[in-house]
Design a protein around this ligand. Structure first.
Ligand SMILES: Nc1nc2c(c(=O)[nH]1)N[C@H]1C(S)=C(S)[C@@H](COP(=O)(O)OP(=O)(O)OC[C@H]3O[C@@H](n4cnc5c(=O)[nH]c(N)nc54)[C@H](O)[C@@H]3O)O[C@H]1N2
Ligand SMILES: Nc1nc2c(c(=O)[nH]1)N[C@H]1C(S)=C(S)[C@@H](COP(=O)(O)OP(=O)(O)OC[C@H]3O[C@@H](n4cnc5c(=O)[nH]c(N)nc54)[C@H](O)[C@@H]3O)O[C@H]1N2
Ligand code: SF4
Ligand SMILES: [Mo]
Length: 905
């Protein structure tokens, strides 16, 4: 057995992991005790990483290059030479005919810095197009623009050590407990150590994070600017601002001061749907605390005024000098593991290397000189939404998509799917071949992924960490950067003197990722993110380091702007006069519900990886629309019934979940459910493609929708697994899911995963039922128990494996599905079920219940069991002592506290 230190490939906290393996297979993972991001801790997702790398996952891995030359045909396996030559031929032909702006790259904040660097140079240096954008456009681009407009550079000034040093933590638009769990563990520690520390949470929903706050401001979605302006109004009125600091280190305050005069707490209370006193309290705590740290994420960024949401909050830090010292600062939490690295290499359509500006001729000349090319293009490329529109318009003919799944994650999915259909050439470079986007690939290029890759990433606190490979690439998968280099050389040969084709060999000489990184390092010399003092060797010997870390330094910079000097022309920070603006879509009589979207604790984005691990479904196991009970009742519905949710762009059918965490008139959808998990194109069918004018980040957090009861006359639940690979069964059932008006396809169970297909339709065709039975081995009548009541339209089919229930299909009445699922998963005796299966009963036998949600994933403890403890008078400590819940990774602690509080009240 061997161990390899690496980094978790999920969120921007950037936790260090130790991969346990036998050089061939990954067998386990644990937190790296020496890593400064997590000191040994991991959350539910990080601690199950090894389960996404089992041999069974090969059923869905992209293992070999695949190609189709005819759109109507399906792809066939090919070799790398054929695949890359084909793509190079097509790219060269399109560029020759239409110019370099007719091709585009759409990449990812989950690329390593080395991957990113190669593709950036390929597009901007070799081809001369800035059509290179990434999913960071959906994620961090408002944070980038917000920092640049105010502080002058895209650099989060704070760090994790500011958490224990702060006296007031202002969390806005961030469900830290779910989305940055290990940061949240640090927050819990800091609050335990300093009970006087205040925590304010600004979020329309009462999330687990908000639940723990000293002050929760459940503002109406999209009204942050009004709130922050009003807080500044109060600070001015009370004399809580720092005039000396403003005079010495900032510019633009007068315009802002004038503007916020009208933002009285009363006025903002009306716009935001908040209490005036709460706005005043927030202003007081923020301004008068010895050190205030804000943490924010997509609730601010994913908005048509996302840049100004960021700037309005940073304004407060500048006005009160809450930055540049321990425990204070505006700390934008990074979403993806290497969105920061992407920003560093200039991996967006409007950036160039090392935080340089495309619009600045001197910056362009510097990059051109570094690369040894005559020039880099000055025309900004298409940003994510613009790019897919340009494909739809036929302006972009070929698109190369890598390490992101736009056919699930982009807003307005109908437009995205139409674009992918329309494109002349779609290249998808993926580690997992089953994604929604991979279906559109004319060429599928298999990439290595976590556990196999090597390079570097930068986390939220500017800390550069090594990612290392533990096991070899599966099949013929290759590293992302290598694919880019190989392609660049092939394309160069075909382009010749066109673009910078003749220089391709010289531009892409790399044989090792470290060479790529060294070039990136050189590009940062003298820039705000200077890392010329770092090396792979140093990261190896001394562990992860923060930037800037210029040559000659012995340590990176823990915290920025301590001297009050900012990387702007004047050296002063800039206030931005930010005004409240409506969201792109406001609610009205036809679309009366404000829909927001976001994350679940245990799933990652489109679920290509977390969706392979059954236990990660246990917390919220199927697509659900979170809705206030009063809104459910008003529609004549009950918890768990189906609703049709409609926006101006399309509709989905989904079960409702009654929850007080959303206020009346609002709804929440987890962002994870795409076409692989539910019928149609998934939840992003509903979201708006409108974007912020500065950052071009689309408004994924706000849409106006209508919600109506949906009634299907037929129901089906089919569950089980025929062999030992549930993932293969999942794949086999995908066509069935796609043919349904409403349905979902998920995993359940723990060590022995099973597949669960739920379906609702006015008619379940015999063809569909046959398909389902075949996939679950319920098709051999001699092996199957079968009951049919045609008068009541109730059907039951089950396969037993000895005395155990192995698979079930219920049609007509599905109330017993949860009970049967427990039985299949629990592998208990099926004696009782056998009787039930052959009887006209529809409901499960008395008392038998579905197990319900699993709160603690480490120890598999359900909400039912936890609540029984609290209701029986046990304290949190007693419940934890008995059931062990929350005593390992701690991701469920906020929820345990909430459940405890709910039983007290
Ligand atoms: N479990 C898990 N963790 C993840 C990820 C994942 O997929 N799963 N993804 C990672 C990535 S890439 C990202 S970007 C981060 C995202 O991390 P977060 O931004 O923390 O997560 P979200 O759930 O998208 O949104 C945060 C909150 O914004 C609130 N919100 C909605 N509208 C508004 C508004 O107008 N104002 C305010 N103040 N708040 C609003 C929502 O109710 C939601 O609770 O998570 C990272 N971590
Ligand atoms: N409604 C709504 N939509 C949202 C959001 C929201 O809050 N609400 N959030 C947005 C945000 S913040 C983000 S960041 C995006 C994320 O959206 P996506 O980028 O689409 O999310 P992922 O599913 O993480 O996609 C990464 C893909 O890369 C593949 N992959 C993994 N490792 C590797 C590798 O090493 N190499 C290659 N080539 N491929 C690999 C994975 O299998 C996966 O398919 O979603 C956005 N969409
Ligand atoms: S908090 Fe969880 S998902 Fe994020 S890096 Fe750490 S272990 Fe990975
Ligand atoms: Mo993100």
């Amino acid at each position: 057995m061997a161990e390899t230190r690496s980094t978790c490939c999920y969120c921007g906290v950037g936790c260090g992991v130790i991969i346990e393996h036998d050089h061939g297979h990954i067998t386990g993972v644990r937190g790296d005790p020496d890593h400064p991001a997590n000191f040994g801790r991991l959350c539910t997702k990080g601690s199950t990483l090894h389960l996404t790398a089992t041999p069974a996952t090969h059923a869905v891995r992209a293992l070999y290059p695949e190609l189709r030359t005819d759109r109507a045909a399906s792809r066939a396996r090919t070799d790398w030479d054929t695949a890359l030559d084909h793509v190079a031929d097509r790219f060269a032909a399109i560029i020759r005919e239409h110019g370099p702006d007719a091709v585009a790259f759409y990449l990812s904040g989950q690329f390593l810095t080395e991957d990113y660097y190669v593709y950036n140079k390929l597009a901007k240096g070799l081809l001369g197009t800035n059509n290179l954008d990434t999913n960071s456009r959906l994620c961090m681009s408002s944070a980038v623009a917000g920092y640049k407009q105010t502080l002058g550079a895209d650099a989060p000034p704070a760090c994790y050590d500011d958490i224990p040093a702060t006296h007031c933590l202002f969390i806005s638009g961030s469900n830290t407990a779910f989305a940055h769990p290990i940061v949240y563990r640090r927050i819990e520690d800091a609050r335990a150590a300093n009970p006087a520390m205040k925590m304010i949470v600004v979020d329309p929903r009462r999330t687990d994070t908000a639940e723990q706050a000293d002050l929760h401001l459940p503002l109406l979605p999209g009204t942050d600017i009004a709130l922050y302006n009003a807080m500044l109004h109060v600070m001015l009125w009370e004399g809580w601002i720092n005039d000396d600091y403003i005079a010495a280190h900032t510019e633009g305050f007068d315009a802002l001061r004038k503007l916020v005069r009208e933002y009285t707490p009363d006025m903002a209370a009306g716009i935001c749907g908040l209490r005036k006193q709460d706005i005043e309290t927030a202003a007081e705590w923020f301004a008068t605390s010895p050190a205030t740290l804000s943490m924010y994420c997509q609730g601010l960024n994913q908005s048509t005024h996302g840049t100004h949401n960021n700037a309005a909050l940073i304004n407060l830090h500048l006005a009160t000098q809450q930055l540049g010292r321990p425990g204070a600062g505006p700390f934008s939490l990074t979403g993806q593991p290497n969105a920061m690295g992407g920003r560093e290499v200039g991996g967006l359509a409007n950036l160039i290397s090392a935080h340089r500006d495309m619009a600045n001729p001197a910056h362009r000349a510097e990059v051109a000189a570094l690369w040894g090319v005559p020039s880099v293009p000055d025309k900004p490329g298409y940003s994510a939404v613009e790019l897919f529109r340009a494909i739809n318009d036929g302006k972009v003919k070929a698109v190369w998509i890598a390490c992101t799944n736009p056919a699930q994650s982009m807003p307005d999915q109908s437009m995205i799917h139409a674009a992918l259909q329309k494109a002349e050439l779609v290249v998808v470079q993926e580690a997992f071949g089953h994604t929604e986007t991979a279906r559109y690939a004319d060429v599928l290029l298999p990439a290595t992924t976590w556990g196999e890759k090597t390079g570097t990433v930068t986390n939220s606190e500017r800390r550069v960490t090594r990612v290392r490979s533990a096991v070899p690439a599966p099949g013929e998968a290759r590293h992302d950067w290598q694919i880019g280099v190989d392609f660049a050389r092939r394309l160069g040969k075909r382009l010749g003197d066109l673009c910078n084709g003749a220089l391709a060999e010289k531009l892409f000489p790399y044989t090792h990722e470290e060479q790529v990184w060294m070039e990136h390092r050189e590009s940062t010399r003298g820039r705000d993110l200077d890392i010329t003092g770092l090396s792979y060797r140093m990261l190896e010997e001394q562990g992860p380091q923060q930037w800037p870390f210029p040559e000659g330094a012995t340590q990176g910079k823990v915290r920025l702007y301590e001297d009050g000097v900012f990387p702007t022309k004047s050296g002063k920070a800039q206030f931005v006069a930010t005004e409240h603006r409506p969201t792109a879509e406001e609610v009205n009589a036809r679309f009366p519900i404000r829909l927001t979207t976001g994350r679940l604790r245990d799933q990652w984005h489109g679920m290509s990886r977390t969706g392979l691990t059954a236990r990660l479904y246990a917390h919220e196991g199927e697509p659900l629309l979170h809705l206030n009970p009063s809104d459910i009742e008003r529609r004549g519905m009950k918890d768990g019934e189906l609703a049709r949710v409609k926006s101006r762009r399309g509709d989905i059918v989904i079960k409702v979940l009654a929850t007080e965490t959303v206020r009346p008139g609002q709804a929440f959808l987890p962002m994870h459910w795409g076409a692989n998990a539910m019928s149609g194109f998934g939840i992003n069918t509903l979201t708006v493609p409108d974007f912020d004018p500065y950052s071009k980040q689309p408004e994924l957090k706000h849409a106006a929708v209508q919600v109506e009861k949906y009634k299907a006359s037929q129901h089906m639940v089919a569950l089980g697994v025929p062999g030992d690979n549930a993932l293969a069964t999942l794949e086999a059932l995908r066509p069935a899911l796609a043919s349904l008006p409403q349905g979902s396809l998920t995993l359940a169970g723990r060590d022995k995963p099973i597949v669960v297909l739920r379906a609702e339709a006015d008619e379940l065709s015999s063809q569909l039922l046959e398909q389902v039975d075949a996939a679950l081995a319920l098709d051999d009548d001699t092996q199957v128990l079968s009951y049919r009541d045609s008068r009541r339209d109730i059907g039951k089919r089950a396969r037993l494996d000895g005395d155990k229930l192995a698979a079930v299909r219920l049609t007509g009445e599905t109330k017993a599905a949860g009970w049967l699922q427990n039985m299949v998963v629990g592998e208990g005796s099926a004696t009782e079920a056998r009787k039930w299966l052959l009887a006209p009963l529809a409901e499960p036998p008395g008392g038998a219940q579905a197990r319900g949600k699993v709160v603690c994933n480490c120890f598999d403890v359900s909400e039912t069991d936890i609540l029984a403890g609290f209701k029986g008078g046990e304290s949190l400590e007693q419940v934890q002592g008995r059931l062990k819940c929350g005593t390992n990774c701690g991701s469920c602690i906020p929820e345990l506290k909430r459940l405890a509080a709910s039983c007290k009240g």
